[in-house]
Design a protein around this ligand. Structure first.
Ligand SMILES: NC(=O)C1=CN([C@@H]2O[C@H](COP(=O)(O)OP(=O)(O)OC[C@H]3O[C@@H](n4cnc5c(N)ncnc54)[C@H](O)[C@@H]3O)[C@@H](O)[C@H]2O)[C@@H](O)CC1
Ligand SMILES: Nc1ncnc2c1ncn2[C@@H]1O[C@H](COP(=O)(O)OP(=O)(O)O)[C@@H](O)[C@H]1O
Ligand SMILES: [K+]
Length: 500
């Protein structure tokens, strides 16, 4: 038996179902018979099924649910191998198997084992259920017998394996409407799809350690020809751009960041961001504190330079220092005209700018005010609420990846759409999906730490998209290492342990 490749070893490009269809077409045009692709796909499913039966010491019947398209064809192939290897395996087709076409019909004809009538009750005794109902071709919510079979499978005690995608899950968006197969493990082909990584899809595939990517004979060189520009966020994506300190480093080489100070009640937010920027290697951080908060900030901070500002002019005076390469505005800054004005001036100054929290909300409903001529990079880090205030016509709940991409194009900057599946999108179309963030990050102040980390990497010269991806990944990794009960300031202390 061949062993399927775990997704972590399979590189970090993700292909959408339509890019996958293109890869399939190019492989066939390049001389690979399409039936060979299906044969390899079904074989990989059988490999994982057999390995799982043995690893779990399971015995008993295996039922393959086979849908009306090529996903069903993969199912027939897997059933043939499993019977050849001595397993008690039957195929339960959805609808009339005589209606199968093309390669799927060929694989139906090659299968000479039992074909049983679709009946949810018949799944109760299965030791394993293989879901080959729908994959990339899913185009509407499951209903009728398909939904009943999936619901019965989810309720059964059987081990559940999904072919390509759990049926009901959209491969492009990770969305589910209606029933969806809940897999213990999933085998996909050639490359993972965004839907395997974006929540809730990630959890329905069995989790990241249970997503297997099988080589089915499509050459790696085809990947570039599909136009795929979506990535799993991991160090392979940004490691080469990571700014390591070297013998010639000094604090000015490592960059000087200016952070706009906060107001009541979120006085600590700008401190979290400032310290986070230093923790990722920023050389110097100046916090511009409004005069009424100056004594508090100066008293609370040891490593950050604190300067008093009496008005917007004071901030602009500090910004005039040519050594300041990046400005971060937003954490605790207060929503309103003053903050918006400073953000615009920072953008106009040609500095790289990170806009977070209140600096984003200050542009609610008037995004056009942000569209200033800025030759440098701008990074926006909205959570879903802030995203909705800025981009009311884009719905991340429909298509998180697409919404972040459109937003990035619209503002001409990097958009970091935060949440359980943070998406980092660039105006040139690149996008990364993050998958290492634990749920205990959902506590006040963690977003401030993240924007500080992004600014702290950018100030060292790391390109904006890579800096945002690196910060999001390191932020997740640091949180993972702390565990439940974490608060935002714990992250600051944990950052050094996860730096590359
Ligand atoms: N693209 C490739 O390179 C390869 C694809 N393969 C398999 O082919 C699959 C895609 O095959 P298809 O394009 O035939 O699509 P599917 O087998 O996913 O779906 C088949 C048909 O079901 C219908 N359908 C969709 N959603 C439905 C719903 N909710 N209720 C009822 N009917 C519904 C649609 O008309 C669709 O065309 C992949 O997921 C994968 O398993 C493999 O054979 C290997 C190679
Ligand atoms: N359920 C979750 N799973 C993983 N990460 C989460 C979850 N909820 C929130 N986060 C992360 O926590 C951070 C919260 O940021 P934000 O909402 O801006 O908080 P704050 O403004 O209080 O700092 C973001 O990095 C976000 O991606
Ligand atoms: K499936």
């Amino acid at each position: 038996m061949s062993v399927t490749v775990s997704w972590k070893a399979a590189g970090h490009a993700l292909v959408s179902p339509s890019e996958m269809a293109k890869a399939d077409r190019l492989a066939v045009e390049g001389g690979v018979p399409s039936a060979d692709l299906m044969e390899a796909a079904g074989r990989a499913v059988a490999d994982l099924a057999a390995e799982t039966m043995s690893a779990r010491r399971a015995s008993g019947p295996i039922v393959v649910l086979a849908g009306p398209g090529n996903n069903g064809g993969d199912g027939f192939v897997s059933a043939r191998y499993l019977r050849e290897w001595g397993f008690d395996c039957a195929v339960m087709p959805l609808g009339d198997p005589a209606a199968l076409k093309g390669d799927a019909a060929l694989m139906r004809d090659r299968f000479d084992g039992p074909v049983i009538e679709a009946a949810p009750d018949a799944l109760a005794d299965a030791a394993m259920i293989i879901d080959a109902l729908f994959g990339a071709g899913l185009n509407k919510p499951l209903e009728g017998m398909a939904a009943e079979l999936v619901d019965a499978a989810n309720e059964s005690r059987a081990i559940r394996i999904a072919v390509d995608l759990p049926s009901g899950l959209c491969g492009a968006t990770g969305r589910v409407s209606g029933s969806c197969f809940r897999a213990d493990a999933t085998v996909t082909f050639f490359a993972p799809k965004p839907g395997h990584i974006l929540a809730p899809g990630r959890f329905l595939c069995g989790g990241q350690d249970h997503l297997h990517v099988a080589d089915i004979g499509i050459k790696d060189a085809i990947l570039a020809k599909t136009g795929a520009n979506t990535y799993l966020n991991d160090p392979g994506l940004w490691g080469l751009d990571y700014p390591h300190a070297g013998p010639t480093s000094h604090k000015y080489v490592r960059g000087h960041l200016l952070v706009l100070g906060g107001r009541e009640p979120a006085l600590g937010a700008c401190r979290l961001a400032s310290i986070a920027a230093l923790r990722v290697g920023g050389g110097l951080v100046t916090l511009a504190a409004p005069s009424e908060t100056y004594p508090i900030q100066a008293g609370a901070l040891t490593d950050v330079l604190v300067r008093r500002i009496d008005s917007n002019f004071g901030f602009l005076g500090i910004l005039a220092d040519p050594r300041i390469a990046v400005t971060l505005l937003g954490p605790g800054a207060g929503i309103g005209e003053k903050t918006a004005e400073l953000a615009i001036r920072a953008l106009e100054s040609g500095r790289n700018v990170v806009l977070d929290a209140d600096a984003l909300s200050s542009f609610a409903g008037r995004l056009d005010a942000l569209a200033v001529q800025n030759k440098a990079d701008v990074v926006l880090t909205p959570h879903e609420g802030e995203f909705a205030r800025l981009f009311s016509d884009l719905d991340p709940n429909e298509d998180r990846l697409g919404a972040a991409r459109k937003a990035a194009k619209r503002v001409g900057g990097i958009v970091v759409l935060k949440g359980v599946s943070t998406v980092i999108a660039a105006p040139d179309g690149r996008a990364a999906i993050n998958a290492n963030a634990p749920a205990w990050l959902s506590v006040g102040g963690t977003g401030d730490v993240l924007s500080g980390m992004i600014a702290g990497l950018m100030v060292q010269g790391m390109p904006a998209f890579e800096a945002a991806c690196a910060a999001v990944w390191l932020h997740g990794e640091a949180a993972m290492g702390i565990g439940p009960g974490m608060i935002a300031s714990d992250l600051l202390d944990a950052i050094p342990s996860v730096l590359p």
